[in-house]
Ligand binder design. Structure first.
Ligand code: GLU
Length: 419
């Protein structure tokens, strides 16, 4: 692969899938039907800007496979969104839902935009415009969006509201998850990605004999997943020695008070300048000496260039696709345990599933009920993946997670007569 191809997430997910199907000796037809998304929609969304001008944004929605149920996955707002990225992310969602045994296939959406440069009104019009233009393709039993990078509960509320209008004024909250609690959201959804990730770290640390109250962690990205992961790790006694966001990185050998750092970021919109911190260069953060590294930002962060210098014992991928296949091989050779994205960050979609179930029932669970269910589901998925790795011996946890997922998907493909 060329350097350009090495960082194309769509080619990466195809490569990961191919490797897993070959290791499992699955018939070639499995790779053949899963190597492309079933449907990819491109939309243009003209938005009236606050200054009276019109601006047209481009958005995508990719639906990978509905063999296990409706497609499911977030919508991101980011200037670097591409169709290939959205396609890849929808495929990762399929395998993610497979590992944690959800009755879903994968979907993903994205709009090329910089939400930090949009006013609240512009953001609302963009969100509604996107929901309107994909409304014929989504629905509670078709494709169910959710939050992702730079989208949140408010964006989900606008999209749900708009979708319901396009359906003749129905009131169906189950079309989208990650909604505000008042509009049918689930308790625990906002922290679910981080919480799920922490369960997988705890289980891995247990297996590896790492004592969390003596461990150090570095968090790349301080958004929804990264900031809550830092806080929850700190609650388990882990010392958080470095964090970064899109503006830069900070370090404190004694460890941060994460709650104070979260409050600081809220009022200053960056972690930079936090009391008692030393500023470091952002690319240093991934190779710092620590026990646990949590990439919680974007794709292609750990590459063949910096992977040889990664010193963490555990890399827990709270982000989707942060490690390239070349880097994966280097980390494995060096004995680093990588808890792959499709397992490590599955907590978000697990609680999205609970939200959808609650919407369909019209009956809502307590925070404790959600938390207990999430823990059980994540621990089961972790154990299955760990045991699969032990069974095959020569595979890493990523391939093992694909295998767990592919067992269910292949059976469903066979039962439906698609292969
Ligand atoms: N965007 C999240 C992910 O990548 C959540 C998806 C969902 O809840 O449907 O897993």
């Amino acid at each position: 692969m060329t350097v350009h191809e090495q960082s194309n997430p769509f080619l990466i997910v195809q490569q990961q899938l191919k490797e897993a199907t070959e290791k499992m000796n699955l018939p070639a037809s499995v790779y053949e039907v899963l190597k492309y998304p079933k449907r990819v929609l491109t939309v243009s969304i003209p938005v009236k800007m606050d200054d009276g001008s019109m601006k047209t944004f481009i958005g995508y929605r990719s639906q990978h496979t509905d063999v296990l149920g409706p497609t499911k996955g977030g919508i991101r707002f980011h200037p670097d969104v591409t169709m290939d990225e959205v396609k890849a992310l929808s495929m990762w969602m399929t395998f993610k839902c497979g590992v944690v045994s959800l009755p879903y296939g994968g979907g993903k959406g994205g709009i090329i935009c910089n939400p930090k440069e949009l006013s609240k009104g512009e953001l609302e019009r963009l969100s509604r415009g996107f929901a309107q233009s994909i409304s014929a393709f989504i629905g509670p039993d078709k494709d169910i969006p959710a939050p992702d990078v730079y989208t949140n509960a408010q964006v989900m509320a606008w999209m749900m509201d708009e979708y319901n209008k396009t359906q003749g004024g129905i009131n169906n909250p189950g079309v989208i998850t990650g909604k505000p609690i008042t509009l049918g959201g689930s308790l625990g959804r906002d922290t679910a990605t981080a919480q799920g990730c922490i369960y997988t770290i705890r289980e891995a640390a247990n297996k590896m004999g790492i004592q969390l109250d003596k461990a150090t962690a570095v968090i790349q990205g301080f958004g929804n997943a990264g900031s809550h992961a830092a806080r929850l790790l700190a609650d388990l006694g882990v010392t958080i020695i470095a964090v970064s966001d899109s503006r830069g990185a900070i370090f404190n050998k004694q460890g941060f008070n994460v709650q104070e750092l979260m409050d600081y970021k809220k009022s200053n919109s960056s972690v930079l300048g936090f009391n008692g911190s030393e500023e470091i260069t952002a690319d240093k953060i991934l190779t710092m000496a620590c026990d646990i590294l949590v990439p919680a930002a974007l794709e292609n962060q750990i590459t063949s260039k910096n992977a040889p210098d990664v010193k963490a014992k555990i890399v827990a991928e709270a982000a989707n696709g942060p490690t390239t296949p070349e880097a994966d091989k280097i980390l494995t050779q060096n004995g680093v345990v990588v808890i792959p994205d499709i397992l490590a960050n599955a907590g978000g979609v697990v609680v999205s599933y609970y939200e959808w179930v609650q919407n369909l029932m019209g009956y809502y669970w307590s925070a404790q009920e959600v938390a207990e269910k999430l823990e059980a589901q994540m621990v089961t998925a972790f154990d299955k993946t760990w045991n699969t790795r032990e069974k095959y011996g020569d595979v890493d946890l990523r391939t093992a997670a694909y295998m767990v997922s592919l067992e269910r998907i292949t059976e469903a493909l066979r039962l439906r007569g698609w292969i």
